[in-house]
Design a protein around this ligand. Structure first.
Ligand SMILES: C[S@@+](CC[C@H](N)C(=O)[O-])C[C@H]1O[C@@H](n2cnc3c(N)ncnc32)[C@H](O)[C@@H]1O
Length: 318
């Protein structure tokens, strides 16, 4: 939901949102096609028509206008209290009412009426499903330079989306590793800038970026602190620093590395820009001097490991 809300605010206007279980209704100026091409954690995107109870649905459907002549109805059940039969019944019922004015075409309709069945019925016109296969295809093991430290591409994509970076803006990852985060930023049309203290990672990121057709990435072998002198400031930073487990900290205590990282990111980022960073624990949040914590999203990796996807906004100087 945070990922969708961040994309919904790309126009610069904060989008209003209302959630109902796993359904999210956004009031945004951003085109639905942008949600479909950018989101990684959502399932589908529809143009919202109405949210109402099952009883109120008939009144709405009597006058509902659909684009084109043919339609089909699909119901996604988002709550386990709704049985498959509930979904089928609702689809048949809606189809019957709409078929008085439009023709049913189950195979190739002009429009698909998508109903998300949660607490309410959320009715919309389907704009697109989020295709998970390209994210799977870009998993670390399928890239020319592989290393198990890399985030899953869907999480890397979500992290970049949380920064609200738009096409053409610059995204920095000062701990780029194999380039998984920069890859997602580059594929969304952002200019990418990255660094890593380990030369093998720098070469690997360059290889991975060019393999996926991103030719303008600037990747340097450098310590995180060197970005403090970066000029001009970047629009966004998305990064996944070492946790002191498998990813190396070059023997530096984690607290000291994170303090340096926050200070460097603060200097490298433009005012009002966002830093989306994966932290191993909430205890590191107070190290983010000069930032305001926008949101924090725990992501459970396995039983004993949770990572915290944190979004910080750089404070305006007084
Ligand atoms: C968790 S990994 C990043 C993984 C990356 N997101 C990816 O997709 O592969 C952290 C990286 O930080 C690098 N690193 C450690 N200390 C650093 C420092 N002081 N400055 C810059 N990079 C550093 C490590 O070499 C490692 O590649």
């Amino acid at each position: 939901m945070a990922e969708a809300a961040a994309v919904g605010s790309l126009s610069g206007v904060e989008c209003a949102m209302e959630s109902d279980g796993r359904a999210l209704v956004l009031d945004s100026q951003v085109l639905p096609s942008v949600f479909v091409s950018r989101l990684s954690l959502a399932w589908s995107v529809s143009r919202h028509m109405v949210s109402c109870s099952a009883r109120e649905l008939d009144v709405f459907l009597e006058d509902a206008e659909l684009p084109g002549r043919t339609f089909r109805v699909r119901v996604s059940r988002l709550h386990k209290s709704h049985s498959p039969e509930d979904g089928r019944k609702l689809a048949r019922h809606v189809g019957k009412i709409l078929s008085e004015r439009y023709s049913v075409d189950l195979k190739n309709p002009d429009t698909e009426v998508r109903i998300l069945l949660s607490g309410k019925c959320h009715v919309g016109l389907l704009e697109g499903e989020i295709d998970r296969s390209p994210f799977e295809a870009r998993k670390s093991e399928n890239r020319p330079f592989k290393h198990p430290i890399s985030l899953h591409p869907r999480l890397a994509r979500a992290l970049v989306n949380l920064t609200r970076a738009s096409e053409g803006q610059t995204v920095l990852d000062p701990f780029c590793g194999t380039g998984g985060i920069l890859l997602e930023a580059g594929l969304m049309g952002c200019h990418t800038l990255g660094g890593d203290i380990d030369g093998r990672m720098v070469d690997g990121t360059r290889l991975n970026m060019s393999h996926y057709g991103i030719s303008d990435a600037e990747i340097r072998k450098t310590d995180v602190s060197s970005w403090a002198e970066q000029n001009p400031p970047v629009d966004s930073i998305a990064t996944d620093p070492p946790y002191g487990r498998s990813a190396s900290t070059a023997k530096e205590p984690i607290g000291s590395l994170y303090s340096r990282a926050f200070s460097a990111c603060h200097s490298a980022l433009k005012e009002g820009g966002r830093l989306a960073i994966v932290l191993p624990s909430e205890t590191h949040v107070p190290l983010a001097c000069g930032f305001t914590l926008d949101s924090m999203h725990p992501v459970r990796v396995h039983r004993s490991l949770t990572r915290y996807f944190c979004v910080f906004k750089k404070n305006q100087s007084k």
